[in-house]
Design a protein around this ligand. Structure first.
Ligand code: ACM
Length: 384
């Protein structure tokens, strides 16, 4: 009944919801309820936020410490998915069903005799091909329910299922590749579309593992030169909410980057103009104030880069995303205002700098948040 209400609410606003049930990875909730869905069948599997369940190695590779993966060699898994996707198909009127397919760890499959036997029987050379076998079977289930399948770009690894659409998240190139293979693609690359990332300096934002500034969400082309645009269905912004506990914070993360993405997807390329967009963003802020909608003002904050020079001193390279802001700073543990040193070129911080404080002004008015970096932060950030 909840879903019906959401679908109706969306329909009234001319919005089609594309539901996603993420398989065969990211399936901890299903496995906690039905441990037999996985290879390891651990009856103690729990969805337990805060547990360390994975290790990431920084190159996109990772290990799952807990098995959150469905078993592709068990027919009962496909019976289960037939029911799940069948129910989903009756609830959601749109053409597409998203089956996930991303970040699937293969370590438990590699050790599983059932998976090994299936790979031998089906002549699958590696676990990418095993995943591709699984995805193709899910594709058949979804098509049988009268829907089209879409999945994250990992579904291209090991061979793309017939008729599948691809949601390109790891890069723009994955979507281009899908279009070259004459499959529809939705562009949502992390570098431009992940609005769960921080939008300003980590010193003032809630810490997330990566940053996506407003300008980066505006400055890109979802239909790059050379790609057949008929295969690019559109684009998406992704607000994963594991660290977004309230609707008000969801608004903070969504705006203004959502406005930037709307313009990227819906305005003619020739009309795009960052300076003009930045001005209109400020007008939108006033509208959001009236509507009591939350938004981030990080576009007024300084962009801070710290490095060590040849003599081992820390050098601060400061800039702003929008034009027309003055940057003022102090290194003497006082609050900067428009009478403090004005930044014009990279500054070498004096020996013994205990605090670097930075603020932006426009026409005599403070604009961005005051950013304070302590000596140990300066040192750590300059080393990176
Ligand atoms: C994703 O962010 N794992 C699609």
């Amino acid at each position: 009944e909840d879903i019906k209400e959401i679908v109706k609410y969306a329909q009234d606003r001319h919005i089609t919801i594309v539901p996603e049930i993420d398989v065969p990875g990211h399936s901890m909730a299903a496995i906690a309820a039905y441990p037999w869905l996985s290879c390891t069948k651990d009856p103690n599997t729990k969805v337990n936020p805060g547990t360390k369940f994975s290790e990431w190695y920084g190159n996109g590779k990772f290990k799952m410490l807990l098995d959150n993966t469905l078993n592709p060699s068990d027919e009962k898994v496909y019976e289960f998915l037939d029911k799940v996707f069948g129910e989903l198909a009756t609830l959601f009127p749109g053409q597409y069903i998203h089956m996930g397919g991303d970040e699937c760890y293969h370590g438990y499959w590699e050790k599983d005799p059932g998976c090994q036997a299936l790979m031998k029987k089906e002549k699958l050379k590696n676990t990418e091909e095993l995943q591709s076998y699984f995805v193709k079977r899910v594709g058949k289930i979804i098509e049988k329910k009268g829907k089209k399948m879409i999945g994250w770009d990992e579904i291209m690894d090991g061979g793309l299922a017939p008729n599948a659409a691809v949601m390109s998240w790891r890069s723009i190139e994955k979507g281009v590749e899908a279009a070259k293979q004459k499959h529809p693609a939705v562009m949502t690359p992390t570098k431009h579309c992940y609005i769960d990332y921080m939008q300003g300096d980590v010193a003032t934002e809630i810490r997330i593992y990566s940053t996506l500034r407003l300008k980066a969400s505006y400055d890109w082309d979802p239909v790059p030169a050379g790609v057949d645009s008929t295969y690019i269905l559109g684009g998406q912004g992704n607000l994963w909410t594991e660290q977004v506990p309230t609707p008000r914070h969801a608004e903070y993360m969504t705006w203004p980057r959502g406005w930037a993405l709307a313009e990227v997807y819906w305005s003619p390329k020739a009309k795009k103009n960052w300076d003009d967009f930045a001005k209109r963003t400020e007008q939108h802020f006033s509208r959001a104030d009236v509507a009591e909608v939350n938004y981030a003002t990080t576009v007024f904050d300084p962009v801070i880069k710290l490095q060590k020079n040849g003599s081992g001193k820390i050098v601060a390279d400061l800039s702003t995303e929008i034009t027309g802001l003055d940057i003022h700073y102090t290194t003497d543990n006082t609050f900067p205002d428009r009478f403090s040193a004005k930044y014009t070129a990279p500054v070498e911080l004096p020996d013994g700098t205990d605090m670097l404080r930075i603020v932006t002004y426009r026409n005599g008015k403070p604009m961005g948040k005051l950013i304070t970096l302590k000596a140990d932060d300066l040192e750590k950030r300059a080393k990176k």
